[in-house]
Unconditional design. Structure first.
Lengths: 399, 399, 399, 399
């Protein structure tokens, strides 16, 4: 195929040129005397991305799943009770992981397309006078359904109940794309990965851990070694690692953090909102609706779009790839076939999204859907035109 | 700016990943014993791209302008008469170059938007009983206007007149994108550059020279040294060069030729036609017309699109770049402000072109043109859908 | 600093150009229909590197430490007895990891510089009539001391005792550099990482697991999720992964395996032996000795060189880096200060090693050691000259 | 072959990582509104490298040979007399180029191994009362023999004679490696290329032209177009180019100039001297001598080393490449077989040079020369140790 493929899955996302070049570097000495001059500022600046002062950053060669495992095994003991919600494939898998580590999960099922049921959380917490619930889990952005939940209100529920449970947030598809506030929301462990908002290849689990959670680690009885916080913290303090660090990825992460901070986090979030809103206008112009059931839950990183009865969303995904080199996300598990997803996070701009929208229009017509050609693109064009901001730096200047 | 810029100028074109990686190679020894094992097959396979058996390939570290200079200084002498047409900026510059080398140019002016006036050429050649015309110049594809001329009929005119003049073709924006037949059309010198159909950075002039033209080189009195065919031919024979070759570019050229031959030249031409036709459908849907005055002249590598009175095409080009990161081509010289150009050559596919079409729609509306949003995109979508071919190899397989 | 740093630590090793380019690829769709056409042959060819037919390959985004964790948690249960040896920093850490997972480790301490005590293993196994020992651990190449142990004789001891214990091998700094035979030695779990013989950045744990070990996984009670064999096996079967795979690293691994198989495994081993032997000749010419106590234990991937009393090996490592841009390995733990290490594995040739030898000579003289300048280099030169083989492919041909 | 080739030809030289990454960039719009923000500072900073305030920089997609052609065709007319010296292959070729452009060259032949005969130049200039000599040519560093001539004394000879001839300097293998002073020496045209001290691939001719020479351009009658100064100057003024610029190379040049200015020109020159002196110590330790007949002519960028009678220098070059992956320079023309050359310019450090010295020792012994193994390396080691400077920035800090 000539030209570039168009990658619009909700991660891994497009890796910017600068990040790719930072990764592609001659191999380095992991114990060089001057390595800390590189690593220590990286830890410091990652804290800015998580909006934390007191939290600690942990970087494991792993994926978000490994990050979940690190979160629970370092802070909890077998039999501990945790409160969670299942409302998509990724919240489901996190619950499953907890159970394999013999945690006692109180899993609330809500319809896929809704967010974390804060009222139910509040009830459970208020009722738990003995504080048997040791941790509360929130999937900030459920990638399978394009639903963003409200972490701040969960914190409020905890505070209202005067409940000491740890607050764990899966921010894999939100952090660095959607506003996240470690300190303000008093999150105890936030987990993300390199391959979404950080615009890198998969392979790095990025965690931010509160002092409270680190305290819990001392007594946590879940077995662990590779993901042990204490081993990491002890060597990280001096800028080194307890085992061979993935230096190429760390160099890429440096470039990623530079890109995020140069653009400004609030600008990054605003860009994601604007790009997402263009996609939502297109969906509306097509006469379709999102899996997310209400605007309060609309995700700025991924949109899961419902297809009409009689149409298999998986066919759209497959044909878009085979015919037009367009990668979309398929529906998973409960919503398999019922939705297709457009990832709109990471290193993207308006015109790039036109590839996804035009390609989706073409493929939806290919599978027999009655979509007006150009209708979604037109809606997005007009929205992007009307929200254009003059301050945008141009390509050469940014080089 | 986040994401990638969208490059739709008619050269330099997008450099494919494989070509970029071939260029980015540790530096090599230009006199290594095994260098000919690389260079000799490269010369051979370039002949395939020019569709020649008897022609010789010359590679100069230069641009197409240097290629023009090589063509005329190696074959002609000051005072020699050449027949040429001016119908765009690049045909104009070639004529200017000839005059600086003191050639006597009979330059026919035709309206910008038309092609080479074959009938007038035929008349001139028939009238030139003394064969004072030593060379006939044809700009195969005039990049400024998006006009492709018919080289085969110029050859017929020469043959009909029994005229021995050399036939020079500027194929800078045609060769490797639009069908070109060195041997069948008995072209004597064909000139192209690395930065268009060959999908590389600028910096390499690529020439194909007939045996007849090489014979002329022996008596040509135009002064030359850097661009001397004889010096090149003598060392190229053994796989080396008379001065330091641009090895990185040669490695890139190898990858470029591999890509062209793997896709198949006829498939490359068909792809360019299809992509161009989608753009033309969009132009038509917008209610606009091309600078090229008739379908016989429509270029498959670049479309120059006329803007209505009162609109400055340069504003469209500037705003598309500043607002949406889209690079279009501006009108040059006689058509400055009257057109904007979309380059659709090189490493492109349908969805990438949607960036150009959507961005053009947005910008045309920004400058006040009454364009229906999505109309051009819709026309292209439907054309591309209807001409989809199942045989397209997918991305992974091609890796 | 001008020029390239000289990296001679025993991992991470120099990443070859081809591997770096394979890694540096536009991001891909992890669920693309054609991904299995890439992943399935990769699993297959990795089996060739491990010399196995019946073993299964597992690829975790992790390091060797994660590989160890995967090995023990998937096959054992808390309280299970394992037999191990501590004779260097990495065998020590593996034992520590087992204990954290509540295994009952019978750890034999031998002097650093010696290999696995096969006779003691044999005694322990023979005495274990009740087969309480569930697994026997062998660090094939102890990176801290430059000692290679004999896995085949451990297998013989197991067989002689008719003992069913699993045989686990840490091949992190041996596999793909020193001969390793999964099937012939009936190894049950072999663990390695990407950053040594595979010549890649750190970040990938590569395991090969016997059918017997996979059977054990069904009953193993150690908690695990991220490193679960069953989850991996289920999705790998179709060419996919249970969580986002590190596609860039997998592409690099493909290039790495291609390089290894193109050179031929036996040639790779022979090259490592020859390069190592040149270093050993230099050490001898310097009048120094290796940490490894006998030739049977000499490692072909890393040499730990003893420094005289009064000299701190750490000074050599530090000054070599600061003055000459040379990265050597420091002594760890028990041998801290007493040795410095030259890694000679991965993408290396004779002349590259001259950087390490000349730089070591310079630095040893800088710290006051009485080394004859050029003596080690001369010994290596003469050895390499005498063992030159004409068949070596040249650079251009290999391109 | 495993590992990297060792490139020690006197150009093209090793391209630093940073320069390679700057070159490897997505293609850009050559007429973008913000391109001048990149190009204008590049022209300005190149003037610093040439040590000029009033000179103008010209960048042609070409090699040094093209630069020579630009120098003479823009300033001279057929029949003009120029004074030159032939004392190596490159001074010979420059004279040949002048003659092809019909200049009347007074070529003084001196023995290969000596520099420009300043006394004879002085005599010729003093005798030329009618100022028929229009230009004086100086090959600053004759790459074929490793001889650096004294440009300052040639300027003194011109001044002493009160002669208005233009002073042309071929600085291809000196500029950016050996001190060059455009303004102080009142050089009129200095020519260099990208592939030596600028550490880039070949493909860019870099010229610096005095105001006086630009004045001459107005009347110069040599035919030219591609290399025309006026066309370039007119568009360069605004940051653009008269034909498609080699943007990738310009981006690389930016990185190259950054590297040079960050290191500091005087530090760059000192580094080249130190590296060269280590090679000269090695040559002396081998009992061999340089082609350069006296220390005043020793080149800091390339050493041509005489081989004893009965030995063919070409065999050394060929075997070093075939057996050890080492690229040395062969003797050219008059000194073919009589010397081999070690290029020691560009992106190099001490340990890298050990590859060249050790490889040369090995190969010289292979062809039967009575060289003490390690002797040259030892001499270089001791020289480099004794001249080590603490201030050297380390690798990580420079990243």
């Amino acid at each position: 195929m000539s030209g570039s493929n168009a990658l619009f899955i909700p991660g891994p996302t497009n890796v910017p040129h600068r990040v790719r070049q930072a990764i592609d570097r001659p191999m380095e000495d992991q114990r060089a005397p001057d390595l800390p001059a590189f690593t220590l500022p990286l830890f410091r600046d990652l804290k800015t991305v998580f909006k934390t002062r007191s939290g600690s950053i942990f970087l494991f060669p792993a994926t978000g799943t490994g990050g979940w495992e690190a979160a629970v095994t370092n802070t909890l003991s077998p039999g501990d009770k945790v409160l969670a919600t299942r409302f998509g494939q990724f919240s489901h898998l996190w619950i499953d992981l907890c159970r394999r580590h013999r945690l006692d999960v109180d899993a609330i099922d809500v319809e896929w397309g809704e967010g974390v049921p804060v009222a139910q959380y509040a009830d459970r917490l208020a009722a738990d006078k003995e504080h048997k619930i040791k941790a509360v889990l929130v999937t900030h952005n459920e990638t399978a359904t394009g639903v963003t939940s409200d972490v701040a209100t969960v914190r409020k529920a905890l505070d209202a109940a005067g409940h000491p449970a740890l607050l764990f947030v899966d921010g894999v598809s939100s952090i660095a794309s959607i506003d996240f506030r470690m300190d303000e929301w008093k999150v105890d462990v936030a987990v993300t990965g390199s391959q979404k908002g950080f615009m890198m290849p998969a392979g790095l689990a990025i965690l931010c851990v509160s002092e409270k959670a680190l305290d819990y680690a001392k007594d946590a009885q879940c077995a662990r070694c590779y993901f042990d916080f204490a081993d990491m913290a002890k060597t990280n303090r001096d800028g080194y690692f307890p085992y061979t660090p993935p230096l190429s990825m760390l160099r890429g992460l440096r470039a990623s953090v530079d890109l995020l901070l140069e653009e400004g986090l609030e600008n990054v979030f605003a860009r994601h909102y604007r790009l997402a809103e263009g996609v939502r206008r297109a969906v509306s112009a097509w006469g379709l609706s999102l899996c997310a059931k209400a605007p309060e839950w609309y995700s700025d990183t991924v949109s899961a779009i419902r297809v009409p009865a009689g149409i298999n969303g998986a066919d759209i995904v497959r044909l878009a790839y085979q015919r037009y080199g367009l990668s979309l996300g398929a529906g998973l598990s409960v919503v398999a076939g019922k939705v297709f997803r457009i990832g709109h996070l990471g290193d993207l701009n308006e015109l790039m999204l036109m590839m996804a929208l035009a390609g989706a229009e073409m493929t939806m017509r290919d599978v027999g859907m009655d979509i007006v050609p150009g209708s979604g693109v037109a809606a997005a064009e007009e929205y992007y035109r009307s929200t254009y901001q003059a301050a945008r730096p141009t390509a050469q200047a940014a080089a």
